[in-house]
Design a protein around this ligand. Structure first.
Ligand SMILES: Nc1ncnc2c1ncn2[C@@H]1O[C@H](COP(=O)(O)OP(=O)(O)OP(=O)(O)O)[C@@H](O)[C@H]1O
Ligand SMILES: [Mg+2]
Length: 273
């Protein structure tokens, strides 16, 4: 048993039956018992301590969301009054001061209220209005929680996959909200940004077949992905009026001489135009 558990986890387990979020469909034990506690709070995230033994116990759970609770990329929840604050685990490191302890950084996603009778999270919204205090317990977010949080509100949307780590909760994007703002696909190299961009554009095209989308692809990497559903223009087939280019652009295209005669060629081109 770790120091962290000795200083609060046993008490938390006793309290868990009263304040836990379990429903009749959830694996009760693991989702009701804390896996860690809040150490430090910042504006958009927090540093938390996780209990290795609890993570191992959760790892055997049949609910994939509980099984991966506390791992990088997983989602956890923290009680704040009558609300649950949802957070995503960004990074982990070993806590040298506590045997079996893990320090992790989480980013806050949003908050939702708990239904009194069923324990389910409802009215989930992005952003945080109430912060937890250091010492608050961290619980695994269950698949039932994620289903509530990522439920569609009926707006027109496209489906792009499943919410990690579940394999049956659809991940959708609201098309109007997405295209009405600037957005970016971010990730380390090789994490699937280009693949995701192609998928999103394909889904938007399926959703709105009359829509016209112009993609500027300076590295020519998307051509094969849209061979059947789009028109690919490159130097071999692109036709455009010469007046679309200014004189500088004409020189870039037509004057290939880089030596001392270049200025002479530029003057000839200017007379020709
Ligand atoms: N959802 C996925 N499941 C499995 N493999 C995937 C998935 N998405 C992408 N990949 C594979 O991962 C590899 C990298 O994908 P991709 O080129 O889209 O990444 P990227 O983030 O755009 O990389 P880069 O930063 O180099 O541009 C490709 O081989 C791709 O087939
Ligand atoms: Mg890419």
């Amino acid at each position: 048993m770790t120091d962290m558990r000795a200083t609060g986890f046993e008490r938390a387990r006793e309290l868990a039956a009263d304040e836990g979020p379990g429903t009749e469909t959830q694996p009760v034990e693991n989702s009701r018992e804390p896996i860690g506690m809040v150490l430090e709070i910042g504006g958009s995230g927090s540093q938390i301590a996780l209990d290795l033994q609890r993570l191992n116990e959760c790892g055997l759970d049949t609910d994939p969301s509980v099984a991966l609770a506390g791992r990088v990329g997983s989602q956890v929840k923290i009680r704040v009054g009558n609300c649950w604050l949802l957070a995503s685990v960004r990074q982990q490191k070993q806590d040298n001061a506590t045997p079996g302890g893990i320090l992790a950084t989480v980013d806050f996603l949003g908050e939702g209220q708990q239904e009194r009778l069923t324990g389910r999270i409802h009215n989930f919204r992005r952003g945080v209005t109430g912060y937890p205090i250091p010492g608050a317990y961290i619980y695994p977010a269950t698949s039932a929680d994620l289903r509530q949080i990522y439920a569609s509100d009926g707006r027109s949307s496209i489906e792009i996959g499943n919410v990690y780590p579940t394999n049956d909760i659809r991940a959708g994007l609201y098309v109007d909200a997405l295209l009405g703002k600037h957005f970016a696909l971010l990730g380390s190299t090789g994490t699937g940004k280009s693949t995701s961009a192609s998928l999103i554009l394909h889904r938007i095209c399926d959703h709105a077949p009359e829509a016209h989308i112009v993609m500027i692809d300076p590295h020519g990497e998307y051509g094969p992905a849209f061979r059947h559903s789009g028109m690919v223009f490159d130097v071999r087939n692109l036709q455009m009026p010469y007046w679309l280019m200014n004189f500088e652009a004409h020189c870039e295209v037509f004057v290939t001489n880089r030596g001392p005669d270049r200025q002479e060629d530029v003057e000839v081109l200017s007379k020709c135009l």
